[in-house]
Design a binder for this molecule. Structure first.
Ligand code: NAP
Length: 259
């Protein structure tokens, strides 16, 4: 019987590459994001190239109970989700005292509440069936505080920690949870986060979306708890272990804002 993957944030960037990787392995897709016309174009291209079913669900994940709405919709129509990719997310640039609260509230909804609740709902069914893979897109931002992108870094730290905890809780069930930690990657992210005053895409190694998604996909399939694309960021992670917190904070402030 064919398997099905649910991918959030599938209107471009990493989400679009994930969709293609699953389709290439013959796995049916359920794609969700806010922009339906963009998803339709991606679905059309995938259906023309691969023999898979592609279902589209427009959904704003910042909306309260959006995870439950998505789950109920799919369950009532008999969908069984074998792979869940919590990829939707965005950043916000600026000091906490200057940024717009509604945008920050939405960031917490999309980057944090939605992936946690979706993991809870779908992993329960996966455990009952004895198989499942969850890929939560965290970031290298998970490893330090992030002055000038405080909410974004904190949301990724939550996802990183929570994913590893749930991975451990589900040992022996056939269900694994992988936290993917990319560094800056060429997608729509930089523009959407309004990061023109940020140093991040200048100071750090910028990666190709296809490479990042491929590494994450491979590690998720293997059931690894953590996936770090590229040696550059494996070394960065290792060095951070020995950096005092005050230094890590300063490095992060320089990386995010050049300050
Ligand atoms: N690019 C990087 O440098 C980088 C580095 C580390 C981690 N990441 C993480 O990678 C993931 C994918 O981002 P990306 O780099 O591929 O950026 P992207 O090209 O901007 O894609 C973000 C996706 O999230 C969706 N999204 C945003 N707000 C949403 C909302 N309210 N409800 C539902 N979907 C929403 C967008 O779709 P709609 O606008 O159509 O809703 C889009 O498909 C994110 O979690 C990001 O934090 C990115």
């Amino acid at each position: 019987m064919s398997k099905t993957a649910l991918i959030t944030g599938a209107t471009g960037g990493l989400g679009e590459v994930f969709a293609e990787l699953f389709a290439a392995d013959g796995i049916d897709l359920v794609l969700t994001a806010r922009n339906l016309p963009k998803m339709e174009k991606i679905a059309e291209r995938i259906r023309a190239k691969y023999d898979v079913k592609v279902e589209l669900i427009p959904q704003d994940l910042s909306v309260e109970s959006s995870a439950e709405i998505l789950y109920e919709d799919l369950s009532s129509r008999g969908f069984e989700i074998d792979f869940l990719v919590n990829n939707a997310g965005f950043g916000d640039f600026g000091r906490l005292i200057d940024i717009d609260w509604q945008r920050e509230r939405d960031l917490i909804g999309v980057n944090l509440i939605a992936p946690v609740r979706l993991t809870q709902l779908f992993a329960k069914d996966m455990v009952a069936r004895g198989f499942g893979r969850v890929l939560n897109v965290a970031s290298i931002a998970a490893w330090t505080p992030g002055p000038y992108m405080n909410g974004y870094f904190a949301s990724k730290a939550y996802v990183y920690s929570f994913s590893q905890s749930v991975h451990q809780e589900l040992k022996g069930t056939g269900v694994t949870v992988t936290a993917l930690c990319p560094g800056p990657t060429q997608t729509g992210f930089e523009k959407n986060a309004e990061m023109k005053n940020s140093n991040m895409f200048k100071a750090l190694k910028v990666m190709d979306a296809r490479f990042v998604a491929k590494v994450g996909y491979r590690d998720m399939m293997k059931g690894k708890p953590i996936s770090v694309p590229d040696w550059y960021y494996k070394v960065y992670k290792f060095i951070l272990r020995f950096a005092p917190e005050c230094l890590a904070r300063r490095i992060a402030a320089w990386v995010t804002a050049g300050k």
